[in-house]
Write a protein that binds this ligand. Structure first.
Ligand code: UDP
Length: 313
């Protein structure tokens, strides 16, 4: 059975769905602080918080856990700058709890949701896995700390793990059973679409003075179902004897904030008012990832972004 910590959230719930479709049995462990019970439509559910190690032990006693997938981190870059303690306690200390219980129960496989925010300001684009890691915000720091912990646990305890460094997760389940639902919503694409349907009056463009062709930030948007697929490939890689490793999950194509807004205008046919606004703390100008290693080692091929021509590169 696969335990999905944070499986009621945006990314975890899509992976839970795909795991069940591929015949895996799952148990979602989630505090529902940010997750949604309605999103756990497959497998078992345990209401629990990773800050409480006894609750984790209970779940491991109840279910025969073979591997753990972890999605229980807080992931708001701006908030992490304002309240770093919240990020270090949840994203680092609470992750140590589940790793401790895995060790107690001799569970050897761990898939970790890491992030391109561990790279900081890129010195080379597209970013490869061996790019220097110098995060510029506490969110990225917290993920990098866990990557280092995993590497030490792999050497010392034989914890076989894969850290997947996501670029910008986007989109929703093509079967429309689950989707993106953050409260508060801070991500560009859902906010732009909210503006298109009139749920918001406008979209703020955070920073119009970056060193990019149209002066707005460039990101690599990757469909959540493609992300889910990569997690299953990573799991199977470990179960088949693969060694601990890190992989990027990006497309190698960058789109600016203005590209995203313009594309939303074209696709929806709606007017979307954009407002030039100050930069958001902790945002690098360009984040675009190379997925070459992920393709070569895991055989991963993003399906939902094919055919999109990059406009800005
Ligand atoms: N962004 C923006 N306006 C918004 C939200 C986001 O201009 O209302 C920008 C943000 O500065 C970044 C890009 O859109 O350059 C993607 O941000 P998002 O929060 O979606 O993802 P992140 O890059 O933080 O993971």
């Amino acid at each position: 059975m696969i335990l999905i910590a944070g499986g009621a959230g945006y990314i975890g719930s899509h992976i839970n769905k795909l795991l069940n479709e591929r015949g895996y049995r799952t148990v979602v462990f989630d505090s529902l602080v940010y997750g949604h019970r309605e999103f756990v439509k497959w497998g078992e559910f345990v209401l629990g918080d990773l800050s409480d190690i006894e609750q984790i032990r209970l779940a491991f006693k109840e279910y025969p856990v073979r591997a753990v997938m972890y999605f229980a981190a807080f992931a708001y870059v701006g908030e992490s700058v304002e309240d770093p303690q919240k990020y270090y306690i949840n994203n680092v200390a609470n992750t140590l709890n589940i790793l401790k219980v895995m060790k107690e129960f001799n569970v050897k496989y761990f898939i970790f949701s890491s992030t391109c925010a561990t790279y900081g300001n890129p010195v080379e684009i597209p970013i490869t896995e061996d790019h220097p890691q110098n995060p510029i915000n506490p969110y990225g720091q917290s993920k990098l700390m866990v990557e280092k912990i995993l590497s030490d646990y792999s050497t010392a305890y034989g914890l076989r793990n894969v850290a997947l460094r996501y670029f910008n997760a986007a989109g929703a389940d093509p079967g429309q059973e689950i989707g993106e639902w953050h409260d508060p919503e801070t991500h560009l694409i859902p906010l732009v679409l909210d503006a298109a349907i009139g749920r918001r009056e406008n979209i703020k463009v955070f920073g119009t003075d970056y060193d990019t062709p149209d002066k707005t930030c460039i990101r690599d948007y990757i469909h959540v179902t493609d992300l889910a697929d990569a997690h299953i490939l990573a799991l199977e890689y470990l179960l088949n004897g693969g060694k601990s490793d890190v992989f990027n999950l990006g497309n190698g194509n960058g789109f600016s904030v203005k590209d995203v807004i313009e594309t939303a205008r074209e696709v929806t046919g709606r007017e979307i008012v954009d407002i030039a606004s100050p930069r958001r703390a902790g945002d690098p100008a360009v984040l675009v990832g190379s997925a070459r290693k992920t393709n070569e080692v895991l055989g991963w091929q993003p399906k939902y972004c094919m055919g999109l021509a990059p406009k800005t590169q």
